[in-house]
Design a protein around this ligand. Sequence first.
Ligand SMILES: Nc1ncnc2c1ncn2[C@@H]1O[C@H](COP(=O)(O)OP(=O)(O)O)[C@@H](O)[C@H]1O
Ligand SMILES: N[C@@H](CCOP(=O)(O)O)C(=O)O
Length: 325
Amino acid sequence: MAVYTEVAPEAAQALLNHLNLGTLQSLRGIQGGIENTNYFATTDQGEYVLTLFERLTAEQLPFYLRLVKHLAAAGIPVPEPQADAQGQLLHSLHGKPAAVVVKLAGQSQLAPQAIHCAQLGRVLAQMHLAARSFDMQQPNLRGLDWWNDTVPAVLPYLQAPQQELLRRELAFQNELAASASYRALPASAVHADLFRDNAMFEGERLSGVFDFYFAGVDTWLFDLCVAINDWCIDLATGELDTPRVNALLRAYQQVRPLTAEEQALYPALLRAAALRFWISRLWDCHLPRQASMLQPHDPTHFERVLRARIARPGAITAEHGFATP
Ligand SMILES: Nc1ncnc2c1ncn2[C@@H]1O[C@H](COP(=O)(O)OP(=O)(O)O)[C@@H](O)[C@H]1O
Ligand SMILES: N[C@@H](CCOP(=O)(O)O)C(=O)O
């Protein structure tokens, strides 16, 4: 469930009045999420999502909300946060930080085909280009430093073969991050969690991408690899599905061709993206936060994905729209 704080219609209307968003017609708790309290709020002016933030603080939230506002202004299909007369995007309801964003039409496509992956690839590249002019800075809080801090905490819960893999991969990624070619990778604020459940489709058309609450400054290639590892795989085995990978990468490169460094480091960043979610799922599973509301996802899925990327590395080829350097 995802209504941790009950919101009365009168309280929602007071916030909607403050934002000049019209008269409430319906207010419905959303059961889907795991982190925040979310409601669909329909008014005579439109459909919105009202979120009360249960984990992130009022100090952390402006980065996420302003990033989404910036992307919306650049024409990227994201749920635009609604500002008050002073231009504030962050509000307060029942003592919790709150935001109201536009509701995206449609549903998530959990069994995507090439047609869906192509749209995602195009929007991802457009989003990367648009984020270059976003001027707030926040590192990816689930990046390499966090991996180095978290791996020692989860190792005791693992069997020897998993410990060995985790240690070896972390060492590999630390070495990679120190290399000149890694430092040459283009970066900006990125989504960093663009899984299938964070995008909406209306029929076959991508209506938008949302849930930017793991966003931070990281390489564009990492962001791309996070998406490929979720959108373009056989879910049972974790293996890459070539037609979907081709569709996503071709569409991405039609907007922004990968640099020579990105092409060379693609296999290593697919591994990094798998490692990131293996670690976070292990952490959620074995060290749940106090009074945690998270229902942990299965960590073994990303162990499988990581093993698959090591055994059969992906490669950028002419199939992906641009010849290798
Ligand atoms: N802007 C939006 N437009 C349409 N649906 C949304 C929007 N934001 C959230 N939702 C719905 O709410 C659900 C939970 O949102 P999410 O951001 O994933 O919550 P949490 O951060 O709590 O996991 C999503 O799966 C989606 O169905
Ligand atoms: N995509 C992550 C979980 C992040 O949670 P979200 O529901 O807020 O996207 C994973 O699958 O491990």
